[in-house]
Ligand binder design. Structure first.
Ligand code: FE2
Length: 448
């Protein structure tokens, strides 16, 4: 257990509010400061790494724990936090690969994201199968789309707002390095395509537009030799290069058009869309990512735009801000379509500072706003919950976010007006515990 190691010797992901919590709580009728908008009816779920042993070699590797709050009729009905019950949690030391070389994709951390599609709620981690959970955060089990899914599933699928399809990919350190999957609006896996990339790239996220998908073949690669020697399994490569691969949504490997770009790494695009013959991608871009000590010094991520000219087959690049920020989100209604607004977690120079402030960008005018969290307070990914109605403005809704308060060593769920971003939150839901900093989440509204 980590308790025996002096705190100052621990890596950041095991200290302060990154450190795991061990109680699984169920708390009803939470105290609220301010007024919860009554039209918010549903649940805010957020996933993150919470190593059950108390320690893990990397921030990305702890067991998944989901924290959730149900909102209804202006009340915060409950708070729950639950581990995703996977075989990795239950038998941490069992092998992931059989003697015959078969990978057990149910041995998942299940720690990265949680989404809802076709009546299922899925906890995701990019090396494994999804895990289905209930509205009360109980684990149902691994889900492989009725046996159709044979690869891992990214933690960053996209749901097309026009077709309801769930589009995703799987990647891994051994061939096939990349596989594309398309799931119908009612949850049937309809299409699977193996895609050629140059090598075992770490593809954390990707992009969709109305008609296309865009892969990011970037120079963070698996190095199994280094891993066998006890080093990081993933490293920056000066030789690999960087490419964007544009493919029609119903296409295959032969249809991919690859575009060289300046070397970089992107964990998270904000969104992508088509503009005539061009494809615009706004993303949080590292000029260089340092994943392990062997990578040397990295640079912080910042908002950046790639514009792919599909007619003349070239890409132009443009930095959009010089303030470090990551974990971009939009109104899900504009996924793959032109977006005006984006929201990000601002940060300093290290991952441990993620969420030091919240940022809103107007990509049309270039204006931006900062949501000041207050002294000693730190947030995470800003999730957008839409206001009721179909003809609302793109920023008509709320930003939901767990905010940690160092003075009280407790967290709140803040509900901030996205259209009045620099104002104080309209409501603060008091969580009677600490919610460790985590990764991604969703507002899962009740069906209307
Ligand atoms: Fe992510």
């Amino acid at each position: 257990m980590s308790q025996s190691i002096p705190t100052e010797e621990l890596p950041f992901h095991l200290t302060g509010n990154f450190a795991p919590v061990f109680d699984e709580r169920t708390e009803f009728d939470l105290e609220v400061e301010g007024a919860i908008p009554p039209e918010l009816a549903g649940r805010f779920f957020r996933n993150g790494a919470n190593p059950q042993s108390g320690t893990s070699p990397h921030w990305f590797m702890g067991n998944g724990m989901i924290h959730g709050v149900e909102l209804r009729d202006g009340q915060a009905v409950w708070y729950r936090n639950r581990y995703v019950q996977t075989p990795l949690l239950e038998e941490p030391d069992a092998p992931r690969m059989s003697a015959e070389g078969i990978v057990d994709r149910t041995r998942s951390c299940a720690n990265t994201h949680v989404i809802a599609h076709a009546g299922r709620i899925l906890a995701l981690e990019e090396g494994s199968f999804p895990f289905e959970i209930t509205k009360e955060l109980e684990t149902v089990g691994a889900y492989d789309f009725d046996g159709m899914l044979k690869t891992a599933m990214t933690a960053h699928p996209r749901i097309c707002p026009e077709t309801g399809e769930l589009l995703f990919f799987g990647y891994g350190p051994t061939p096939p390095y990349l596989t594309y999957h398309r799931v119908s609006s009612d949850g049937k896996l309809m299409q699977t395509e193996e895609i050629d990339v140059k090598g075992p790239t770490m593809m954390h996220d990707w992009n969709i537009t109305r008609n296309h998908i865009i892969f990011m073949d970037l120079p963070m690669i698996f190095d199994l030799e280094a891993a066998a020697a006890g080093g990081m399994p993933i490293r920056w490569s000066d030789e690999y290069g960087a490419r964007l691969g544009v493919m029609p949504r119903d296409g295959g490997n032969d249809d991919v058009v690859w575009y060289e770009i300046d070397p970089c790494y992107v964990f998270h695009p904000m969104n992508a869309y088509e503009d005539g013959d061009k494809i615009v991608i706004d993303c949080s871009r590292f000029e260089k990512l340092a994943f392990g000590p062997a990578d040397g010094k990295g640079t912080p991520p910042m908002l950046h735009r790639w514009t792919i000219d599909t007619l003349n087959r070239r890409v132009s690049e443009e930095p959009l801000d010089d303030r470090p920020a990551d974990f971009p989100r939009i109104h899900d209604r504009v996924t793959g379509l032109p977006h005006r607004y984006g929201y990000m977690a601002g940060m300093g120079s290290g991952a441990e500072t993620l969420g030091a402030s919240l940022l809103k960008y107007d990509l049309q005018t270039g204006k931006s706003w900062t949501h000041d969290l207050g002294k000693g307070r730190q947030a995470g990914e800003p999730v957008f919950a839409a206001a009721a109605g179909a003809d609302t403005a793109e920023d008509d809704g709320w930003i939901l976010n767990f905010v940690y308060d160092a003075a009280s060593d407790k967290s709140e769920l803040i509900i901030a007006d996205a259209s009045n971003f620099d104002a104080a939150p309209v409501a603060r839901v008091k969580i009677p515990a600490r919610v460790p900093f985590g990764f991604h989440g969703s507002w899962i509204a009740d069906p209307t």
